[in-house]
Design a protein around this ligand. Structure first.
Ligand SMILES: Cc1cc2nc3c(=O)[nH]c(=O)nc-3n(C[C@H](O)[C@H](O)[C@H](O)COP(=O)(O)OP(=O)(O)OC[C@H]3O[C@@H](n4cnc5c(N)ncnc54)[C@H](O)[C@@H]3O)c2cc1C
Length: 530
């Protein structure tokens, strides 16, 4: 196959325009193209009057060597690199079963790779199956009844199950692990376009099936999956893991434990700390969700082409470096989505965002965050960040008036520090409802000050961002983990052999794709140590 990069076509091009453009670039007849695979498709909307799709494609032609020779000197054409993840050595089942803790993307992919390599893991998850979880989460959103066992953070599929399912990541991996993740997601029912879109997303409506099918694949390969099974202790001997305790009363023998806990396993972090597992406080972020009409974002990004079905709902990414050393940035933008309640502890309020695959809801939302560093709480307690998050989440719960109504304010009022009394043209999507307030009551001062400075500056980059009626909803506090569970070059804790901290909760990933890739790396490490 030949890789052709940077093929540019109008976004509304005719179906055969791509093959014609490829043939022209390669100097062959369109009939000579035996197979075309789109490797990447991105939107370039920098010039709003002529928005284009940019393609990378792999093409099969009759006389490949001759065609390649004729293209020597064109840096955008060359032999197609392989895209297949090569499984590492197959391993024998060890004497005790390796345990993967947590069924988020990290744990699911770790368990899947172990199972595909012939090692039958036990995957344990504190929450419920995705089917039961959907019921629990909807009851929370509709009636404000939080289930600490089964919620947006805990349960099958982990934190990303109720999400936009964006798969964008900055990680580079020459072993094609990201491609392996995409291939497995498609096999499990994700839309095929994720294989080539530059900014792929699955949508929560597909994700709920995808995670179930991943579980079924693990079981079909001989793995076991147990729900409502919470890691509550480690059994250690001479700095080695010899077993775990689940649900405070059931011991399980094992010599390998993967900690794919996610960023909200606060009780488990405390347990690990009390058992002497090395960990540090790490930076994280705090802020709000901001909601605008999706039509406004489409207009700002695509001008006269706003709303064209080939372009879909527009997204954005913004950053503002403030005068006082703090920065604000948009994060986890959900086009055509909803702001959702994402709490996991009683009396503490947390927001996040999600979209369905169609991204067809009227509002766009995004986290608007400011960095928090361990210096902000001035102690060397590794769990100080957890305490800081809890303090502000409890404040948001109280300001919201209890019952998990979220504190919210219009941008116009926030910018002049005036409490909002009623919402205007933008209807907040958060359920079970919002309480109009002054958000300064539930944001650290440096976060509120930085956001106030950032919003008008961001409006200069994305026209309409400071729309007076736009809605800000608090508190967005779980965008990343406040701790790092230390691991060495063998992916194991330096405190305990056989213990593998992994994924977002341990501080080695940020997002679905990087967590899944980290799960694969850790599975490889577990296998190489067997
Ligand atoms: C609402 C929402 C929307 C998001 N949207 C996106 C997005 O669009 N794109 C993106 O890339 N990222 C998104 N994220 C972030 C993404 O979901 C996380 O980065 C990712 O899920 C981290 O994967 P993980 O496997 O490391 O941890 P998690 O997904 O958090 O999984 C950890 C699992 O471990 C379980 N667990 C914890 N403690 C224990 C214990 N003691 N015993 C047993 N089980 C335990 C938990 O119940 C959980 O299921 C979103 C997150 C949320 C909450």
């Amino acid at each position: 196959m030949i890789r052709v990069n940077d093929l540019t076509l109008p976004f509304d091009h005719a179906p055969d325009a791509l093959s014609k453009a490829i043939a022209k670039r390669l100097g062959v007849s369109p009939k000579g193209l035996q197979d075309i695979k789109i490797v990447r498709q991105s939107i370039d909307a920098r010039r709003r009057t002529s928005i284009v799709f940019v393609y990378a494609v792999d093409v099969k032609v009759g006389n490949e060597a001759k065609v390649l020779k004729a293209c020597v000197g064109d840096a955008k054409i060359g032999p197609a690199p392989g895209m297949i993840y090569v499984l590492t050595k197959r391993a024998k089942q060890p004497r005790t079963v390796p345990v993967v803790v947590g069924s988020g993307p990290c744990g699911l992919f770790c368990a899947l790779i172990l199972a595909q390599q012939g090692v039958r893991p036990l995957l344990i998850e504190r929450g419920r199956t995705v089917k039961a979880r959907i019921r629990d989460v909807h009851r929370f959103w509709q009636q404000g009844e939080l289930d600490p066992v089964s919620n947006v953070q805990f349960g099958e599929g982990g934190a990303g199950t109720f999400s936009d399912g964006k798969l964008v990541t900055q990680i580079k991996d020459k072993f094609n692990r990201s491609r392996k993740v995409l291939d497995e997601l498609v096999k499990a029912g994700a839309p095929k376009e994720i294989l080539y879109q530059a900014r792929p997303h699955i949508g929560t409506d597909h994700l709920v099936n995808v995670v179930k099918h991943l579980r079924e694949a693990i079981i079909a390969l001989g793995g076991q999956v147990r729900f409502e099974t919470r890691l509550t202790g480690l059994t250690l001997k001479d700095h080695h893991v010899t077993g775990i305790m689940v649900n405070d009363n059931e011991p399980i023998d094992t010599a390998s434990v993967v900690l794919a806990l996610g960023h909200s396993a606060r009780d488990t972090f405390a347990m690990l700390h009390s058992q002497g597992i090395a960990m540090l406080a790490k930076p994280f972020s705090m802020g709000v969700r901001i909601e605008h009409p999706q039509a406004l974002i489409n207009q700002a990004q695509y001008g006269k082409f706003a709303g064209h079905p080939a372009l879909g709902a527009a997204d954005y990414k913004l950053v503002h470096h403030g005068d006082h050393g703090r920065s604000a940035y948009s994060f986890c933008m959900c086009p055509g989505g909803q702001v959702i309640g994402a709490a996991s502890e009683p009396g503490r309020l947390v927001t996040n965002g999600m979209s369905h695959h169609a991204r067809s809801c009227p509002n766009a939302n995004s986290a608007l965050l400011v960095g928090v560093t361990p210096q902000d709480f001035n102690t060397d307690d590794p769990l100080a960040g957890v305490a800081f998050q809890r303090q502000w989440e409890a404040r948001a719960f109280a300001v919201g008036g209890g019952q998990y109504h979220a504190p919210a304010q219009c941008v116009a009022d926030f910018l002049v520090s005036r409490p909002t009394r009623f919402m205007r043209s933008v209807e907040p999507s958060y359920q079970p409802g919002v309480t109009c307030c002054d958000l300064r009551q539930c944001l650290p001062e440096f976060v509120a000050d930085t956001l106030r400075e950032a919003i008008p500056a961001m409006d200069k980059k994305l026209h309409g961002f400071a729309m007076p009626d736009a809605v800000m909803t608090a508190l967005e506090s779980r965008s990343s983990s406040p701790v790092r569970i230390i691991r060495d070059e063998t992916f194991q804790s330096p405190s305990v052999q056989g213990l593998y901290p992994a994924g977002e909760g341990a501080g080695y990933a940020g997002g679905i794709m990087s967590a899944a890739v980290d799960g694969i790396k850790v599975a490889e490490a577990v296998i190489s140590d067997l």
